[in-house]
Design a protein around this ligand. Structure first.
Ligand code: HXC
Length: 257
C-alpha cells in the first residue's frame, strides 16, 4: 500500500512503521494518524508478522499533533470530527507493539508512544506534554495513561508544567523499558522484537491481552480473564510442543496453532 506520511518495511518477522514528515519533526496530522492505524491493522492481520515497531524518521520520534491543522479549529468542529476516537483502534492491535523513540516525543506523539506495549528509547529522547503552553491539554489519553503509569504526583507536575522528561527520568519512572545510544536503538529494538517473534504466537497474544486487562479492569475481573486465557492455551499444539521440548532438552518449534 502507498502511504504518504509514513514508511513501512518488513524485517524478518517484524513489521516496522516509521513516521515520515521529518521537515516538521513528524508533526501528527490526521492523515498520518490514519495511515499509522491502517498499517498497524494490516500487520496485525498478516500472519508472517509477529511484532510491530513504531519509530520516527529524521531527528525526532514526533513533536506532537500538527499545530497548523488545529490552530483555527473551533470546539464544535473538533467535537463533530471527534478525531481521537480513532485512536481507540490502537488498543485493539493484538500483536505486541514496541515504540523506538529518539529525540522528541511530545504531546500527541507522547500519547502515541504511551499506546505502545513497550518503549525503547535513545539516550537523547525527550518526552513531555507541552499542550499547556499552547493553552490546551492532552486529548488522546495523556492525562489518563501517564497517570495510570506513574501516579498522580508526577503526572500533575509534568502535565501542568509542560516540562520535558529526559530518557533517564522516563526510565526511572517506568515510562520506558530501556535506553540505548541513538546509533544502536533500532538494532537493539529489532533484536528484542525478534526474541518475542520466536515465542509461541498464541501465548504471546493472550499474554498481551491479559496484561492490558490488568491496566483496564479491576483485579478480580483481570484474574478471571487471565485464568481463562491460561486454560485456553492448553488447546494449542504449541503448549504440547513447548513442554515436550523442555523435557527433551531441545528448542521448541512453535507453529502458532
Ligand atoms: C506543526 C511543527 C510542530 C508541530 C515542530 N514543527 N513541531 N509543526 N506542529 N507540533 C515544525 C516547526 O514549525 C518547524 O517548521 C519545524 O517543525 C522544525 O521545528 P523547530 O521548532 O524549528 O525545531 P527546534 O527548534 O529543534 O524545536 C523543536 C521543538 C519545537 C521543541 C519540538 O518544534 C516545538 O516546541 N514544537 C511544538 C511542540 C508541541 O507543542 N507539541 C504539542 C502539540 S499539541 P519550520 O517551517 O519553521 O521549519 C498536541 C495535542 C495532542 O500534541 C492532542 C492529541 C493528539
Amino acid at each position: 500500500k502507498n502511504y504518504e506520511m509514513i514508511e513501512t518495511s518488513v524485517k524478518g518477522q517484524v513489521g516496522l512503521i516509521e513516521l515520515n514528515r521529518p521537515k516538521v519533526l513528524n508533526a501528527l496530522n490526521r492523515q498520518m494518524v490514519s495511515e499509522v492505524l491502517s498499517a498497524m491493522e494490516a500487520y496485525d492481520e498478516n500472519a508472517d508478522i509477529k511484532v510491530i515497531i513504531l519509530a520516527g524518521k529524521g531527528r525526532a520520534f514526533a513533536a506532537g499533533a500538527d499545530i497548523d491543522e488545529m490552530m483555527d479549529a473551533d470546539a464544535v468542529s473538533m467535537e463533530t470530527l471527534n478525531q481521537f476516537t480513532d485512536w481507540d483502534r490502537l488498543a485493539w492491535i493484538k500483536k505486541p507493539v514496541i515504540g523506538a523513540v529518539h529525540g522528541f516525543a511530545l504531546g500527541g506523539a507522547f500519547e502515541l508512544a504511551l499506546c505502545c506495549d513497550m518503549l525503547f528509547a535513545a539516550e537523547n529522547a525527550e518526552f513531555g506534554f507541552p499542550e499547556v503552553n499552547l493553552g490546551v491539554m492532552p486529548g488522546a489519553g495523556g492525562t489518563q495513561r501517564l497517570t495510570k503509569l506513574v501516579g498522580k504526583t508526577k503526572a500533575m507536575e509534568w502535565i501542568l508544567s509542560g516540562k520535558r522528561i529526559s530518557a533517564k527520568d522516563a526510565l526511572h519512572h517506568g515510562i520506558i523499558n530501556s535506553t540505548f545510544a541513538e546509533e544502536v536503538l533500532m538494532e537493539e529494538t529489532l533484536k528484542f522484537a525478534d526474541t518475542i517473534a520466536n515465542q509461541a504466537p498464541i501465548a504471546v497474544r493472550l499474554i498481551k491481552e491479559s496484561i492490558l486487562k490488568a491496566v483496564d479492569y479491576p483485579l478480580y475481573e483481570g484474574m478471571q480473564y487471565e485464568r481463562k486465557n491460561f486454560y485456553m492455551l492448553f488447546a494449542t499444539e504449541d503448549q504440547k510442543e513447548g513442554m515436550r521440548a523442555f523435557k527433551e532438552k531441545r528448542k521448541p518449534d512453535f507453529k502458532g496453532k
